[in-house]
Design a protein around this ligand. Structure first.
Ligand SMILES: [Zn+2]
Length: 234
């Protein structure tokens, strides 16, 4: 994706996008744990205070590791695809145990084995909200400090065809984003990472979409497996 300057109102980005506090650091969306080497040359960055910036790390590691374990059907680091996750689970036995405990095996009617996973919901919701706040500020120049009105976190395979099509397709709002915002620039500048409303940060790892008309909506997908949607009504 291209690094786009912010031509929007600078007053909108003069505070931590998570808590309204000081702008001590730059928060990356997403953080590296969700991406593989080589990293994309540019990632969205937004102002953040140090406490918020550091405060998401444990949740992000849990979510990134959990997704990889579910996709591969195991917590065994030797079998996982993503090096970063394998290393994290080797280093952090308690994290591996936490994910292993979320795994249930059951017998199917046909006598086969089926694995189901029961994640802790809160880390997923915190990570989704963090990213939604980053993208709302970065793309739309519309930081959202309040609690969202709607939030969904779900594996893509659990959506039926209609839900999936709805999720993948940007709503046809007919309203253009704020002049100067990055979302506006993506409409008028050819950005190879921008397709059908989605911004691709890294293939197979992370993509997101923002819509700022009527309400503020952010959607994202991790590892083409886990989807989230966060909406602030206005
Ligand atoms: Zn903060």
């Amino acid at each position: 994706m291209k690094k786009l300057p912010n031509f929007g109102d600078e007053r909108q980005v003069g505070f931590c996008v998570h808590c309204g506090g000081p702008t001590e650091t730059q928060d990356h969306a997403p953080s590296k744990v969700f991406l593989d080497l080589p990293y994309p040359l540019t990632r969205p960055t937004v102002p953040s205070c140090t406490i918020c910036n550091n405060g998401f790390s444990a949740d992000e590691e849990y979510v990134a590791c959990f997704i990889e374990c579910v996709v591969r059907g195991t917590t065994d680091p030797d079998i996982l695809d993503r090096d970063k996750v394998a290393k994290a689970l080797r280093r952090n036995g308690s994290l591996r145990g936490r994910i292993e405990r979320a795994k249930r095996e059951a017998e199917t009617l046909g006598g086969g084995r089926i694995i189901t996973w029961h994640p802790e919901e809160d880390p997923f919701r915190r990570v989704a909200l963090k990213l939604a706040r980053c993208h709302a500020a970065y793309e739309l120049n519309e930081p959202q400090l309040s609690e969202p009105d709607h939030m969904l976190v779900a594996p893509l395979p659990t959506l039926n065809d209609l839900q999936r099509e709805h999720f993948e397709t940007p709503p046809d709002t007919g309203v253009w984003p704020e002049v100067g915002s990055r979302a506006m620039q993506r409409l008028v500048i050819a950005d190879g990472a921008y397709s059908e409303g989605w911004v691709l940060v890294q293939d197979e790892r992370y993509r997101y979409m923002t819509v700022g008309a009527g309400s503020i909506m952010v959607r994202g997908v991790f590892s083409e497996y886990l989807a989230y949607e966060v909406i602030w009504d206005r």
